[in-house]
Ligand binder design. Structure first.
Ligand code: PLP
Length: 393
């Protein structure tokens, strides 16, 4: 039997113990935490839609009209008009024949990967893919070849070894903890050449990159060509849930085989309606504001002597290394009014603990610049940044 107390102590000893923080109020650019207002720099509410009045109103109206919950899985009695409507809008938005909602991104990935790869086959997974893809690979009972992050030669070597057994290449579009983008055109070319499907998880790309926020697949000009595109409703779309876009035939197959779709209650109508309204509010202007804020924040951090080269998006990690100093830096910044949660293993590889900053379209440029200065000062105190800021040189 697991000794729970001993396991908890071990986590504390390794600096890996996690505790919940309580945020008071909606996910705005500033939130109350422990009775103090802080600048929120670790929410995935990238476009400020989780707290948008129209999105909130849509959820409230749907609760009144359709009820708080769907009552059953989609294949029993839980399939309602809001589900059908949102699926059709998401398919159109992403440039696909069909879409299918899932309860969450975690459920989508743990359902889709096992549906598309099984025992005797091989799944190819980027080393920095999200845990939900990793768990999907585990559940699939396929052999998993983990290729080095964005390393096409390593992937191709794996594809050659697998031969006919290769089934699926799975990658984040925008990597969740690093903020860089997968080489999608090259991945698709490899998938085609080796007879595999390509699945791209756009959890952090939907609403943030590509024309009008259509995502990394659209930005690469590959809408409708990448076989399977996953997105979430819980990040830029400000709600909760997820979706997959694919051919009508693939979606039909997922309805008949993805276990988290079949055996879990349909997404609640208020969440679905909120996401549908949020999708209407994803405008080129909002996305450009997010991208301009992200670029400004990256520039301001670089001017403080911090290495932000890895990221080209709204996710900006500052790598510290070990878990304990990462959490110490996190607490120090919190005291100074900046909230960016420390990220530790197993979320990121051992020795690469970091602060993961995320920018929102609703931040003011000035508050991001001020935050970057605070981060630079705290990092210098800890020897994590160049001794003198670049702009002072
Ligand atoms: C790349 C990626 N995929 C999937 C998920 C899971 O999505 P959800 O929060 O909807 O379960 C996340 C969430 O953090 C993610 O970063």
């Amino acid at each position: 039997m697991t000794d729970v107390a001993a396991r908890l102590q071990e986590l504390r000893d390794r600096g890996l113990y996690r505790r919940l923080r309580l945020v008071d109020g909606p996910q705005g650019p500033r939130v109350e935490l422990g009775g103090r207002e802080v600048l929120l720099l670790c929410s995935n509410n990238y476009l400020g839609l989780a707290d948008h009045p129209q999105v909130r109103a849509a959820a409230a109206e749907a609760a009144v009209r359709w009820g708080a919950g769907a009552g059953a899985s989609r294949l029993i009695s839980g399939n309602m008009e809001p589900h059908r409507q949102l699926e059709s809008r998401l398919a159109e938005f992403k440039g696909y024949e069909a879409a299918l909602l899932f309860g969450s991104g975690y459920l989508a990935n743990t359902g889709i990967v096992p549906a598309l790869a099984g025992a005797g086959e091989v799944v190819f997974s980027d080393a920095l893919n999200h845990a939900s893809i990793v768990d999907g690979c585990r559940l699939s009972r396929a052999e998993t070849f983990v290729y080095r992050h964005r390393d096409l030669e390593h992937l191709e070597w794996g594809l050659r070894q697998a031969g006919e057994r290769g089934a699926l290449i799975a990658t984040d579009g925008v990597f969740s903890m690093d903020g860089d983008v997968a080489p999608l055109a090259e991945l698709l070319e490899l998938a085609r050449r080796h007879g595999c499907r390509l699945m791209v998880d756009e959890a952090h790309a939907t609403g943030t990159v590509g024309r009008g926020g259509r995502g990394s697949v659209a930005a690469a000009g590959l809408s409708g060509e990448v076989d399977v595109v996953v997105g979430t409703l819980g990040k830029a779309l400000g709600s909760y849930g997820a979706f997959v876009c694919a051919s009508a035939e693939t979606v039909d197959f997922l309805v008949n085989s993805a276990r988290p779709f079949i055996f879990s209650t349909a997404p609640p109508p208020p969440s679905v309606a909120a996401a549908a309204t949020a999708l209407e509010l994803v405008s080129a202007e909002r996305v450009e504001r997010l991208q301009a804020n992200a670029a400004g924040f990256r520039r301001a951090l670089a001017a403080e002597g911090l290495d932000v080269d890895r990221s080209s998006t709204q996710i900006v990690p500052i790598e510290v290394g070990e878990a304990e100093p990462t959490m110490a830096l996190c607490e120090q910044l919190l005291e100074r009014g900046v909230f960016a949660q420390g990220i530790r293993p197993p979320t990121v590889p051992e020795g690469s603990s970091r602060l993961r900053f995320t920018v929102m379209a609703t931040h003011q440029a000035g508050e991001l610049e001020a935050a970057a200065k605070l981060v630079g000062a705290a990092a210098r105190e800890r020897g994590l940044a160049a001794a003198s800021p670049a702009f002072a040189a």
